[in-house]
Design a protein around this ligand. Sequence first.
Ligand SMILES: [Zn+2]
Ligand SMILES: [Zn+2]
Length: 177
Amino acid sequence: MRIIYACPACHTTTSIDGIESRDSLECTACHAALPMPPDAFAGREEGDTRPPRLQRCLACPSLELFVRKNFPQRLGVAIVVAGLAASCVAWANRELLITFGILFGTALLDVLLFFFMPNCLSCYRCGARYTGDGVASDADDPADGGHQFGAFDLETHEKHRQLVARTKQLGSDPTHP
Ligand SMILES: [Zn+2]
Ligand SMILES: [Zn+2]
């Protein structure tokens, strides 16, 4: 599993692979280390052949994560913009069928891409992202604890946003209590 997080010390976006087998996360820029919480992963029991499942955020004290598609937003926007530009050219050439064909095609491509993109986990509080094995997938059986995080929830998001805002007001760093 890979983590992509903003280092609490220097705010550099850091990406670290194989976090299941690490004792700490070290920032690639300032080498500040985040200790790995002991309750970070589930499924380490003997006989469990599935990859360890992430239980909480590793970059901040938050226990709440949400599942979303690991879809690069810029790619989605780029496809739409390219489709619009191409359809404008076709429209200018009075190619009606091609114009709508391009618009429909790009919309379909976006939907398909989204559908086949793997899931990732995102932290409500610090925005850290987790990808790869052990991230909740749609095929996970909820009965054996494989899928404990849900989709994005606005209420939870708002709770964390206010929590962070309040901590900032007090003048302390929320990631270092
Ligand atoms: Zn750093
Ligand atoms: Zn976090």
